[in-house]
Design a binder for this molecule. Structure first.
Ligand SMILES: Nc1nc2c(ncn2[C@@H]2O[C@H](COP(=O)(O)OP(=O)(O)OP(=O)(O)O)[C@@H](O)[C@H]2O)c(=O)[nH]1
Length: 363
């Protein structure tokens, strides 16, 4: 889905975790616009917009600064006003939006897909994720320390990171200078499992040409939604190099979907979540509990952070079932399936489905 008519301007949305190299990329593009006249919109969480100050080689009118908050949460109206004003007041070819490191890209993208005033003037063209390859590698290999001794930061951001990898057209594995080659291979394998259809580049100081991220025509809303690793799995598909009998891609990265129409024993399943199988760094989906027959219970685990709780109600035409996707490295799928089967209610327990205590949150 690309909204708008031919005279709309292409929008490139750059997201990525804190310090991944977004500003470095934006600077690079501004310094080498390759024949494009590029306008830039930046947003930062701090009171002082460090990013706007750091974006070099630009006059004030090139760079619009949305300080005081994160675009995706508080500034959606401001974002709409600013991009509309920009389009009406200035001539330029492409808009480059740098999201703050804690913004989720999807809500920003929605502004460019759903707001009529915006879609009259712009079309979402390319979603770029800049990944701190070092931080990502470190996330799954806690023994590693950075040469300068600093922690790459923010384990709690793991959820954001996964969303950013899953929802993009172009993925830059940046800071490759800090990661040994064999580890980059592994990071790439993980990233490809999470997002198989993105164009992927290994970069140092975001060294890509402007054509890689500007006016690419790559954005395809439905394809992005469909192809994110876990959604693809939930839909029962499995493609390309990962379509193997054992479900395993390169470097031992694999994924599988567990399904059952029989509910889990609430406490057994909760204990299983606490213990968690080794190697699984991504899990997403929903599950059934006898104590919540009307409720869709969601499970979402990214790196070390996990949430499990109600995410909605089953609708009349739904077929309630547990569907959980697991992605990990050297995962023992058979063992996990067996453990999960042990968490299901037994026939005896099914007969007395009211007799459970339920440790999961209610809201
Ligand atoms: N070693 C190394 N450092 C890099 C690379 N890319 C960027 N950096 C450095 O990492 C730091 C953060 O880069 P930025 O471009 O400011 O990152 P950002 O994503 O805009 O950061 P936030 O706006 O805080 O989220 C800077 O000191 C960069 O010079 C790289 O490929 N290798």
């Amino acid at each position: 889905m690309t909204a708008g008519s031919d005279d709309t301007r292409p929008v490139t949305l750059v997201s990525g975790t804190l310090g991944a190299g977004k500003t470095t990329l934006v600077n690079r593009i501004l310094q080498n616009q390759a024949g494009y006249d590029v306008a830039v919109l930046v947003n930062d969480m701090g009171e002082i917009n460090v990013d706007a100050e750091l974006v070099a080689g630009s006059t004030d009118e090139d760079v619009i600064d949305l300080t005081n908050g994160c675009i995706c949460c508080r500034l959606r109206d401001d974002l709409t006003d600013e991009v509309v004003r920009l389009a009406d007041e200035r001539a330029f070819d492409c808009l480059l939006v740098e999201a703050s490191g804690v913004s989720e890209p999807f809500p920003i993208a929605k502004t460019f897909l759903e707001e009529d005033e915006v879609t009259d003037r712009y079309r979402l063209d390319t979603m770029v994720s800049v990944l701190d390859a070092y931080g990502f590698w470190k996330e799954f290999d806690p023994e590693t320390t950075r040469p300068d001794g600093r922690h790459p930061g923010g384990r709690e951001l793991a959820n954001v990171l996964v969303d950013q990898v899953e929802f993009c057209d172009v993925l830059l594995l940046n800071k490759c200078d800090l990661v040994p080659d064999d580890a980059i291979d592994e990071v790439e394998a993980v990233a490809r499992e999470l997002q198989p259809r993105a164009s992927l580049y290994r970069t140092t100081y975001a060294d890509v040409s402007p054509e890689t991220v500007l006016d690419t025509g790559l954005f395809d809303f439905d394809a992005v939604r469909r192809s994110a690793g876990w959604k693809r799995q939930l839909a029962g598909e499995h493609e390309d190099s990962h379509d193997r009998a054992d479900g395993e891609g390169d470097h031992g990265v694999s994924s599988f979907c567990y399904e059952s129409t029989r509910p889990f024993h609430p406490e057994r399943f909760n204990t299983w979540i606490d213990e968690w199988p080794s190697g699984v760094y991504r899990a997403k989906g929903f599950f059934l509990l006898p104590t919540r027959s009307e409720t869709v219970m969601g499970l979402n685990r990214a790196g070390p952070s996990v949430t499990a709780g109600p995410i909605g109600e089953w609708r009349a035409d739904d077929e309630p079932a547990t569907r959980l996707v697991f992605i990990g490295t050297d995962v023992d799928e058979a063992a996990i399936r067996e453990q999960l089967a042990d968490c299901l209610l037994t026939d005896e327990e099914m007969a007395d489905a009211d007799a459970f205590s339920d440790p999961f949150p209610t809201a």
